[in-house]
Design a protein around this ligand. Structure first.
Ligand code: GLY
Length: 359
C-alpha cells in the first residue's frame, strides 16, 4: 500500500462522502490512512486497513519429507492463528491483542516449537522464551528460561504492562506469573514424543562425532529449532510484534535465544515497522536483526523489503539461517527467509488468508 498524501486524502474524503469509494465485491477496499497521521480529516472514519502476518519457524522443510496429513496439520494450525488474530483486528482491537492471540494459538499447537511443542534442553527439560512489543509506545516485555508457563507470550505481555521491567527470567518470572494469575503447568505438559526423539537423535549424533564413530544422522532444522511469531497493524495505525519459542534442541539449560531479546528477535516501532524473527538465535542476536530492519528504514530510508533483506543477509554472512516477518506503518508486508522453507501466513488486503510453507 502506498502512503496516501493529505491532498489525496482530501479528494478521497470527497469521494468517500459521495459513496464512490465503496469497494465492489471482490475488489480491494479503498486505501485508508491512520487518524493519528491525519487527525482532523479522518477522526470519525474507519481509519486503517488492518494487517497480520505470522510464522511458525524456518528451516529445511522439504516437500519430499512432509506427509499430506502433517502438512494439513501445519496449515490448519497457521490458519487458526490467523483467525484468532484477524478477528480481533477486524473488530477494531489492538495489534497487541491480535499478536498475543495469534501466538497463543501457536503455543497451544504441539506442531510448533513454542509452548506445548517446545523442544528439549540437553538436560531433558523445556525452557521457553518470549517477547512482545508495542510500536506505539515502544513498551516491551520479555521472558526467558520459563519452565512452567503454558503461554509464555501472555507472561511477556504482563511483564510489559505490570512489572515495571522489560525482561524477567526463570523462577522470578514464574513467581510474578503466579502472583498475577497466569496459568502454570507441570513440565510433563510440554512432553511430545517427536521433540523427545529429536533430542535423542541429536545426542546420538553428538556422541558418534565425539567418539569418532562414523554413523550418519539426518538432523533437520525441524529437529533442531523453530519459533512462532506474529506482527500486526491495527485500525489505529499501531504496530505490534510478538515472538515465542522453546529455543533449540539440546541447548544448555539457561541458554537464551534471540526471541526475547528486544531488537534481535522482536521489535516494533510505529515510525517504521514490526518484526518477528525465527532461526539460529545466536546469529540473530549478534546481527540485531529486528532493530536493524527498523533502523535501516529510519536512518537509510530503505523500504521494508530492502531493509528486511539487508538484515537477513547480515545473518547469512555470519553463517546463520532463518527468516522473519515484518509489516511497516503503511501496511506493506514482507516474509523473507534464507532456508528451504518457513511456516508462514498472512491476511491479504481483502482479508483472505494465505498460508505457505515452501519457497
Ligand atoms: N530463534 C529461536 C532461538 O534461537 O531460540
Amino acid at each position: 500500500m502506498k502512503r496516501v498524501s493529505i491532498t489525496n486524502c482530501f479528494f478521497a474524503i470527497v469521494l468517500f462522502n459521495a459513496g464512490a469509494l465503496a469497494a465492489a465485491p471482490g475488489q480491494s477496499p479503498p486505501a485508508r490512512v491512520s487518524s493519528e497521521r491525519n487527525p482532523h480529516h479522518l477522526a470519525n472514519m474507519e481509519t486503517q486497513t488492518v494487517r497480520l502476518a505470522i510464522h511458525g519457524g524456518a528451516g529445511t522443510i522439504e516437500r519430499s519429507k512432509m506427509t499430506p496429513e502433517r502438512e494439513r496439520e501445519y496449515r490448519a494450525g497457521l490458519e487458526r492463528a490467523l483467525t484468532a488474530g484477524y478477528e480481533i483486528l477486524k473488530r477494531g482491537g489492538s495489534s497487541l491483542d491480535a499478536t498475543e492471540a495469534a501466538v497463543r494459538v501457536l503455543e497451544d499447537d504441539p506442531n510448533f516449537n513454542a509452548g506445548k511443542g517446545s523442544v528439549f534442553t540437553s538436560a531433558g527439560t523445556n525452557e521457553m522464551d518470549a517477547a512482545i512489543m508495542d510500536g506505539k509506545t515502544l513498551a516491551a516485555g520479555a521472558v526467558a528460561s520459563l519452565k512452567h508457563i503454558k503461554n509464555p507470550i501472555s507472561l511477556a505481555r504482563l511483564v510489559m504492562e505490570k512489572s515495571g521491567h522489560v525482561m524477567m527470567d526463570s523462577e522470578g518470572a514464574e513467581l510474578f506469573a503466579k502472583e498475577n494469575g497466569i496459568e502454570l503447568v507441570d513440565q510433563k505438559y510440554f512432553f511430545t514424543q517427536e521433540r523427545w526423539d529429536a533430542l535423542q537423535k541429536i545426542k546420538a549424533a553428538e556422541k558418534s562425532r565425539t567418539s569418532g564413530g562414523g554413523k550418519k544422522f539426518l538432523i533437520t532444522d525441524q529437529d533442531r529449532h523453530g519459533t512462532v511469531g506474529a506482527v500486526a497493524l491495527d485500525q489505529n495505525g499501531n504496530l505490534a510484534a510478538a515472538t515465542s519459542t522453546g529455543g533449540t534442541t539440546n541447548k544448555r539449560p539457561g541458554r537464551v535465544g534471540d526471541s526475547p531479546v528486544i531488537g534481535a528477535g522482536t521489535y516494533a516501532n510505529n515510525a517504521t515497522c514490526a518484526v518477528s524473527a525465527t532461526g539460529d538465535g545466536e546469529y540473530f542476536i549478534r546481527a540485531t536483526v529486528a532493530r536493524d530492519v527498523s533502523a535501516l528504514m529510519e536512518y537509510r530510508g530503505m523500504s521494508l523489503k530492502e531493509a528486511a533483506r539487508a538484515a537477513l543477509d547480515k545473518v547469512a554472512k555470519l553463517g546463520g539461517t532463518g527468516g522473519l516477518i515484518a509489516i511497516d506503518h503503511e501496511g506493506n508486508m514482507t516474509l523473507p527467509f534464507n532456508t528451504a522453507g518457513m511456516y508462514r501466513g498472512y491476511a491479504d488486503p481483502n482479508g483472505n488468508f494465505v498460508v505457505e510453507i515452501y519457497k
